[in-house]
Design a binder for this molecule. Structure first.
Ligand code: RBF
Length: 363
């Protein structure tokens, strides 16, 4: 009898202990979550808070398309991953695919999961989509490159945007395209775009034409649209037609479809100007210009800022040649081999004028 009494007491005691341990565990879990939320939500909180809970912070990279063939997206993922590695933070890349009608649903489910302290993306159409997601999930933070919110946007408190001075980027492309087209007897420059969008129609195309006409005011641009970011066959047939109509140098801004432009130019002795990344090695002798953005550097630096708690959500920035995020690659041996010294000198003079501020190209 006495034995059963003692055994009973021990069981009650054990149950009590288990209960206490459970409560303590719950409490500490909750605390850890709160700390990681603070790190994420705010990107705020002290840098130390993030570092201490780095294991709980996950950054999501939303690719509006696919990475293969689109340097702008490859650089985005590389930059975020580099920052994640350095700070011991997990980075998950989600490729949303080419069906743009699905992007908002996919982004919404990422935000709804509550799994990401920060969602990083890049594309001029993303700010508006993130704004709509942000209205439903206001705690979700967004870092968006290559885009900006409309001036009257609401719900911007959780969104930071930074875009490039693409007037400069496109002007430098137009300048080399006109110099090269002229050398081949052309009277036009060409531009093949994946699709039409405001940044293309209002910034990239006008900047490109401006650059070409600075070389020769009589130059015009033959502007063609593939209709998607992957159909290289369609891009090739557009390029063939453009070359036949005297656009002997073509800028391609069409993602995976760019390779069709390069192939068509190669086959008919015309030239290609590459956008976003260094493209000389893609087809040495055919690619004669690389007007680039330092998207990997920008993604890395801004992700680090977030992890250190100082990304200024609610703000938007623009960076260009002066800040070191827009550039034209002149020191590549393939550029030197493909382009005559006289043309390279003219291009270098123009770039020097942008750098020293005597040529100002604002949007
Ligand atoms: N650029 C790419 O290289 N690949 C893409 O798949 C791609 N998709 C885009 C989709 C939309 C809706 C928009 C507005 C732009 C897209 N871009 C894409 C263009 C990209 O954001 C940027 O303007 C160019 O890379 C020039 O810097």
């Amino acid at each position: 009898m006495k034995y059963w009494k003692i055994a009973g007491k021990i069981i009650v005691l054990c149950a009590l202990c288990a209960l206490c341990a459970g409560i303590a565990a719950l409490f500490s879990c909750d605390k850890a979550k709160q700390a990681s939320n603070a790190a994420g939500t705010a990107g705020a909180g002290a840098a130390g808070a993030v570092a201490a809970d780095a294991g709980d912070v996950v950054i999501g990279v939303f690719i509006p398309g696919v990475m293969a063939g689109s340097a702008t997206y490859e650089m985005l993922a590389q930059g975020v991953e580099r920052a994640g590695k350095e700070k011991n933070v997990e980075v998950k890349v989600v490729e949303a695919g080419y069906n743009q009608a699905e992007w908002e649903t996919i982004l919404t489910s990422m935000a709804a999961s509550g799994a990401y302290s920060l969602i990083v993306s890049s594309n001029p159409s993303l700010p508006a989509i993130a704004e709509s997601v942000s209205a439903k999930f206001p705690k979700q933070k967004f870092l968006l490159l290559d885009g900006r919110l409309a001036d009257n946007a609401v719900g911007v408190a959780a969104i930071y945007t930074v875009r490039y001075n693409q007037t400069e980027q496109a002007y430098m492309a137009g300048y080399i395209a006109a110099l090269e087209s002229r050398e081949l007897g052309g009277t036009k420059v060409g531009l093949v775009a994946g699709q039409e969008y405001p940044a293309m129609n209002e910034i990239i195309l006008p900047g490109y034409v401006h650059g070409a006409q600075a070389v020769d005011p009589s130059f015009t641009a033959d502007f063609r649209v593939v209709g998607n970011w992957f159909d290289a066959g369609k891009a090739a047939s557009l390029a063939q037609d453009m070359i036949a109509r005297d656009a002997k140098a073509i800028l391609c801004v069409a993602g995976g479809a760019n390779e069709g432009v390069v192939q068509a130019a190669y086959e008919s002795g015309a030239k290609v100007v590459w956008f976003d990344s260094n493209g000389y090695a893609i087809r040495p002798g055919t690619v004669v210009g690389s007007s680039v953005i330092r998207q990997d550097k920008l993604a890395y630096e801004k992700t680090l800022l977030f992890l250190e708690g100082s990304l200024p959500f609610g703000a938007s920035d623009i960076v260009g040649v002066a800040e070191g995020y827009v550039d034209f690659i002149e020191d590549d041996p393939d550029y030197k081999a493909a382009v005559s010294e006289a043309v390279r000198e003219k291009q270098a003079d123009m770039i020097a004028r942008i750098r020293n501020g005597s040529l100002v190209l604002q949007e």
